[in-house]
Design a binder for this molecule. Structure first.
Ligand code: GDP
Length: 199
C-alpha cells in the first residue's frame, strides 16, 4: 500500500472545505517542528509529500492525502500547534477547526499524536489529548526524533509519556518510537496505520 499511489488531495482552511468523507481516515497531530512532515514522508516513503518546512500560510490548514488509486484511505496532516508567538486569535481559530474536525468526522479512525523524544508531553499536547478524549477519537502516541536522545533519556521520557497516557481514556496504551532520520519504527507505524483503517 505504501509503495503504491499516494497523492496530495487538498487543503481545508475551514470545515466547509473538507473533502467528502469517502474513505476511512487517519490523522497526524503534533506541535510545530515535532517532525510531523518528516514522519509522513517516511511513512509514505516519499520525499516532499508533506512539506518539511513550515510554510506559514499552510500551518492553519488540514491537508489531505489520498492513499491508493482507487482510494483506500486518507491521511490528514493536521496543523501544527504550540507556536511560541501565535496570536490568541490564531490559536482560537485552530482550536475551533480541530474540535469541529475531531467531533464531526465519522470516518476518522485514529489520530497519531506526535511527541518529540527530547521534550516529552507538554501542556499543549495534553490539551489536544483532552480534545481527543472528549471527542472520543482513539489515538496513538508516536515519539519522534528518537535518534536525537540517548537510550536512558529516551526511556525516562517514554515512562513519563506512558504515565500521562494512562490518564487519558482514548489513548492507546502503547506508543510507537520512531526516527524518520534512521527509519526506526516506521514499519511499526505502518502496521498501526493499517490496523487503524482495518486493513
Ligand atoms: P514539522 O514542523 O512537525 O512538520 O517538522 P519537520 O518534519 O519539518 O521537522 C522539523 C525539523 O526536525 C527538521 O529540521 C527535520 O529535519 C528534523 N527532524 C525531523 N524528524 C527527525 C528525526 O527523526 N531525526 C532527526 N535527527 N531530525 C528530525
Amino acid at each position: 500500500i505504501f509503495s503504491g499511489p499516494i497523492s496530495f488531495l487538498k487543503s481545508a482552511p475551514q470545515l466547509q472545505f473538507l473533502p467528502p468523507a469517502k474513505a476511512p481516515e487517519i490523522a497526524f497531530a503534533g506541535r510545530s517542528n515535532v517532525g510531523k512532515s518528516s514522519l509522513i514522508n517516511a511513512l509514505t516513503n516519499r520525499n516532499g509529500l508533506a512539506r518539511t518546512s513550515n510554510t506559514p500560510g499552510r500551518t492553519q490548514e488540514l491537508n489531505f492525502f489520498d492513499v491508493g488509486d482507487p482510494l483506500i484511505f486518507r491521511i490528514c496532516d493536521m496543523p501544527g500547534y504550540g507556536f511560541a508567538k501565535a496570536p490568541p486569535k490564531v490559536v482560537q481559530k485552530w482550536r475551533y477547526l480541530i474540535n469541529d474536525y475531531l467531533r464531526g468526522r465519522a470516518v476518522l479512525k485514529r489520530v497519531f499524536v506526535l511527541i518529540d523524544s527530547r521534550h516529552g508531553i507538554k501542556p499543549v499536547d495534553e490539551e489536544i489529548m483532552e480534545m481527543l478524549d472528549k471527542a472520543a477519537v482513539s489515538y496513538h502516541i508516536v515519539m519522534t526524533k528518537a535518534d536525537k536522545v540517548k537510550q536512558e533519556a529516551l526511556a525516562a521520557t517514554v515512562a513519563q509519556v506512558a504515565e500521562i497516557a494512562k490518564k487519558h481514556p482514548a489513548a492507546h496504551p502503547e506508543m510507537i518510537i520512531t526516527s524518520s532520520e534512521k527509519k526506526d519504527g516506521i514499519d511499526a507505524l505502518r502496521m498501526a496505520v493499517l490496523d487503524a483503517v482495518q486493513l
